[in-house]
Design a protein around this ligand. Structure first.
Ligand SMILES: C[S@@+](CC[C@H](N)C(=O)[O-])C[C@H]1O[C@@H](n2cnc3c(N)ncnc32)[C@H](O)[C@@H]1O
Length: 207
């Protein structure tokens, strides 16, 4: 189970700063423990849907929402389920994003592919379907996943795209385990031990 950490906290702060959760219909895609769904509900969302492909994550998020008496609908599934339940005014996502050569023997649900984009790219492509006319998305990932790629992807989908928050953080355990692969494919330089994590906002309107 993914315990909320720096990337989760950065995205929660970006949501607070964006100020759009009040009365909104919100999706937390890749919810894990439900941390971001709970942040959205506490920020006054009218309805929150939380989605994860992991059965364990769904059970945990449900328990966390229930114990806080927050009306969050936690569902098991991926993008097809999200599209079915949309559109949403706010889409939040902290997806798996650390590039991996497939040999780390981690849970396949953490697999983000060799470039870290196997969950992120389909999500960017689906945003026009997922977002309501006033909708926007906040997505968090590492510099190693390709910030320009995400901006280009959301713009290619006809949306605005900009970086709204960034933070330099020490490598976490997942990145530590995958560091030799990141160095091998020249995504990370030798001798560094921090990464920049960014929040990208994608929306229907340029601000
Ligand atoms: C980095 S964790 C994020 C957890 C939480 N949102 C947070 O910020 O603390 C990523 C989560 O994405 C889930 N996941 C991976 N692939 C997915 C997919 N295709 N559809 C839905 N959830 C997925 C994993 O099970 C995991 O719980």
């Amino acid at each position: 189970m993914y315990r909320p950490q720096e990337d989760s906290f950065l995205l929660a702060r970006a949501l607070r700063d964006a100020g759009g959760a009040q009365d909104a219909k919100v999706l937390d895609f890749c919810t894990g423990s439900g941390f971001l769904a709970i942040a959205a509900a506490r920020a006054g969302a009218a309805a929150v849907t939380a989605l994860d492909i992991s059965r364990r994550a769904v059970l945990t998020a449900r328990a966390n929402a229930l114990s806080r008496r927050l009306p969050i609908s936690v569902l098991r599934g991926s993008l097809d389920v999200a599209v079915e339940h949309g559109p949403f005014d706010v889409v939040l996502s902290n997806p798996p994003y650390v590039p991996d050569n497939g040999q780390s023997n981690e849970d396949p649900r953490w697999d983000a592919g060799p470039d870290g984009r196997s969950v992120l790219d389909p999500l960017c492509d689906s945003l026009p379907q997922l977002l309501s006319p006033r909708g926007f998305a906040l997505l968090v990932h590492s510099e190693f996943t390709g910030v320009d790629e995400t901006l280009e992807r959301v713009r290619a989908a006809g949306l605005s795209g900009s970086v709204v928050a960034r933070e330099r953080i020490p490598f976490g355990p997942v990145l530590q385990r995958r560091l030799s692969y990141l160095q091998e494919v020249e995504l990370a330089q030798q001798g560094i031990d921090t990464e920049e994590v960014v929040v990208i906002r994608a929306g229907r309107h340029w601000e």
